[in-house]
Design a binder for this molecule. Structure first.
Ligand code: C2E
Ligand code: CA
Ligand code: CA
Ligand code: CA
Length: 279
């Protein structure tokens, strides 16, 4: 066993060295990407189930790397959070999404609420409300046209602190939604006190909603909870007509998912409305 020691040790350090090298490489690439403005936003429509119309879009960030191609957020958001690069990235996303929504308003598109995801780290940062306000002012976007999505696990981490951050955001006049709802451990008494507008039912309950009675029960319970608290229920990850029908029948307010549209580039959102009015 002793003879194997050094070999195993070397194997270990090689693997570690490689892991560290890859991480450093990705971090350097990410830093460089932020400096070079290699990021772009896609938008996924949110559809009102009663009227069947698009009433909002969620901004989702994409990294367009010249060599790596289009890098999905799952590949770089966690690293961006760990390294603090998310601060710059999320602020860029906020500015870009507000500017886009303002442009759409100016172009005469039907009113759309644009929602933006905030990382846990951003949510905990002092001066968040001032930064959101500055982005609204730069774009002249009416605050009611902006929605901020914060995950359930982020707001439930420190409910006391979360309440005051949510209040400071709400005071600006923006809409607030709790993302990935149902996956964390919500304190219902806090949920009632949070100045929020929307619960987004996590995709994990939606994907099997027509096949798994447990998921159906959870989805219905979240819809009922949302309505009891005077909030809107939005289902994410809706992929089929059956899922959409189930959700409509059970009172869900809005859906988002591949069934209606995947996230698309802004030009495609504009085309979507151009076609609508042409018909
Ligand atoms: P999320 O906020 O839960 O966003 C929804 C994700 O589900 C998106 O993945 C979207 O493309 C995907 N999706 C939408 N409809 C469907 C569907 O019908 N089926 C399936 N299977 N998936 C669907 P995406 O764009 O890869 O983003 C992943 C996550 O990365 C987001 O989850 C969000 O947590 C994070 N993220 C994206 N953009 C930003 C950002 O600008 N800032 C921060 N902090 N996080 C972001
Ligand atoms: Ca989201
Ligand atoms: Ca979500
Ligand atoms: Ca999710």
């Amino acid at each position: 066993a002793r003879a194997e020691g050094p070999t195993r040790y070397r194997f270990h350090t090689d693997a570690m060295a490689q892991a560290i090298r890859e991480r450093v490489d990705l971090e350097a690439l990410l830093r460089h990407g932020i400096e070079r403005n290699q990021f772009a936003l896609q938008y996924q429509p949110r559809v009102d189930l009663a009227s069947g119309t698009v009433i909002g879009v969620e901004a989702l960030v994409r990294w367009r790397h010249p060599v790596l191609g289009l890098v999905p957020p799952a590949r770089f958001i966690p690293l961006a959070e760990e390294t603090g690069l998310i601060d710059d990235l999320d602020m860029w996303v906020l500015d870009e999404a507000c500017a886009r929504a303002a442009t759409w308003r100016a172009q005469g598109l039907p009113p759309l609420r644009v929602s933006v995801n905030l990382s846990a780290r951003q949510f905990q940062q002092a001066g968040l409300a001032q930064r959101v306000q500055a982005a609204l002012e730069r774009s002249s976007l009416p605050p009611a046209c902006l929605e901020i999505e914060i995950t359930e696990s982020t707001v439930m981490r420190d409910t006391g602190e979360a309440t005051s951050v949510l209040r400071s955001l709400k005071a600006l006049g923006v809409a607030l939604s709790i993302d990935d709802f149902g996956t964390g451990y919500s304190s219902l008494s806090y949920l009632k006190r949070f100045p929020i507008d929307v619960l987004k039912i996590d995709r994990s309950f939606v994907s099997d909603v027509t096949a798994d009675p447990n998921d159906a029960a959870i989805a219905c319970a979240i819809i009922a909870l949302a309505h009891t608290l005077n909030l809107e229920a939005v289902a994410e990850g809706v992929e089929t007509a059956e899922q959409a029908a189930f959700l409509r029948e059970n009172g869900c307010d809005e859906i988002q998912g591949y069934y209606f549209s995947p996230p698309v580039w802004p030009e495609q959102i504009e085309r979507m409305f151009a076609e609508k009015t042409a018909n």
